[in-house]
Design a protein. Structure first.
Length: 402
């Protein structure tokens, strides 16, 4: 029996390991398996490859290799940044973040509140934007850190991190950005940005799951989150995950080379997909402004139906998409990002995210555009009377969230 092809539109959740990345890591699973912290040459040789990978990921964000700490993932990097800011400034017990952050930040901040710390969660506007004047007013004399994501994982909305960092600098406060979704999609220059700490995750840019990094600006005080041996220049204990570190380095090299492709070919495919859906499906609308936004991400609402049903029927057709962050899959609550933008619970539950990558093709987009209208029509035909009525009224398309 012929296996059904998979059409993958969930690259913000994870990406497929690129072939050159897979090939680069293999020798460190088979032949070069030594511990890079060992005293003998068999380990030292492996250590040189770790150093090379550190240089490559540093080049991706225009940092110095010594400013890179390898971690296990973006969640650890985000937690580490917040943890360090508090421990190196014990007199400061206040954090500023936003209501649309990844759960790695939101849940850690909620945990800190239970420990007696204070957290300000800044709201966003209906189009997902951040009020910089409100951010500035929220910073206090006891603020240890401002942590604001660069690119939203659900909507693709971009925050003005350079301006955020400038405000923090003027107030003498550390600035951290979760740039997990930005890497490989937009240009990153930490010196231009002016942030003190920045998080990345390898599996968002065609490296394996289980490897990430935290950029710590030179001369920024840092307290390790994981304490053990002297690895990572004493900033993260634990034996280095050499195969994945090497893979991350190769992926960073490819990401830099493919940056123009992300912003031309992938953007064009995203726009083709989005325009086609808005033109063909009555009542479909966008949950974000056209710009500023990631070049690969489209979050759309389909009034009168539930995203759960859409995703189930797409899955049966071999098409992968999502209703939001993979880290919250299974939750019965509507997206915290969309509700923070003022969406009703019903609209949030009717929203689907499509996120493209360099492996997507025009033929795959055509397949989605052929099958999705049929799926929406089928679901609306079987919807309860009140929902069907709602969908018949909302026939305009192409608008952003009200």
């Amino acid at each position: 029996m012929t296996e059904q092809p998979v059409y993958y539109f969930d690259n913000n959740a994870t990406t497929r390991i690129a072939s050159p990345v897979f090939e680069a890591m293999l020798p460190f699973l088979k032949e070069q398996w030594g511990n890079p912290s060992s005293a003998y040459s068999f380990g030292h040789d492996v250590g040189r490859h770790v150093d090379h990978a550190r240089t490559k990921v540093a080049e991706l964000i225009r940092a110095e290799p010594r400013e890179i700490i390898f971690t296990s993932c973006g969640t650890e990097s985000n937690n580490s940044a917040i943890h360090s800011a508090l421990l190196t400034q014990p007199e400061r017990r206040h954090i500023v973040t936003t209501t649309v952050e990844h759960s790695a930040t939101l849940k850690f901040c909620a945990f800190l509140q239970k420990q007696g710390y204070e957290v300000t969660f800044l709201p966003v506007t209906a189009d997902g934007a951040l009020d910089l004047a409100q951010l500035k007013r929220s910073i206090r004399s006891d603020t240890a850190l401002v942590s604001v994501m660069w690119a939203n994982n659900e909507t693709g909305v971009l925050f003005p991190i350079q301006e955020v960092a400038a405000i923090c600098r003027s107030k003498g406060v550390l600035c951290h950005t979760d740039a997990v979704q930005a890497a490989g999609k937009i240009n990153i220059d930490v010196k231009e940005l002016g942030v003190d700490l920045l998080s990345l995750s390898g599996h968002k840019l065609y490296a394996p799951k289980g490897i990430g990094l935290l950029y710590v600006k030179r001369h920024t005080k840092y307290h390790p989150y994981i304490i053990g041996g002297g690895q990572e220049r004493g900033r993260r204990g634990g034996t280095e995950n050499v195969p994945y570190i090497v893979a991350f380095g190769k992926a960073a090299e490819l990401a830099l080379a493919n940056l123009a492709k992300e912003n031309t070919r992938v953007r064009a495919l995203r726009d083709k997909l989005e325009t086609g859906i808005l033109e063909r499906i009555p009542g479909a609308s966008r949950n974000s402004p056209v710009e500023p936004r990631l070049p690969n991400t489209s979050n759309l609402a389909f009034c009168g139906v539930e995203a759960e049903g859409i995703l189930m029927l797409l899955d049966q057709a071999g098409i992968c998409a999502s209703s939001g962050s993979a880290c919250t899959t299974g939750s019965l609550d509507p997206s915290h990002v969309l509700t923070a933008m003022g969406c009703s619970a019903s609209r949030a539950r009717a929203s689907v995210r499509f996120s493209l990558g360099i492996d997507n093709t025009a033929a795959e987009v055509d397949c989605l555009l052929e099958r999705l209208p049929v799926i929406i029509e089928k679901l609306r035909a079987n919807a309860p009377v009140d929902e069907a009525a709602e969908s018949s009224i909302a026939v305009s398309s192409g608008s952003e969230v009200p």
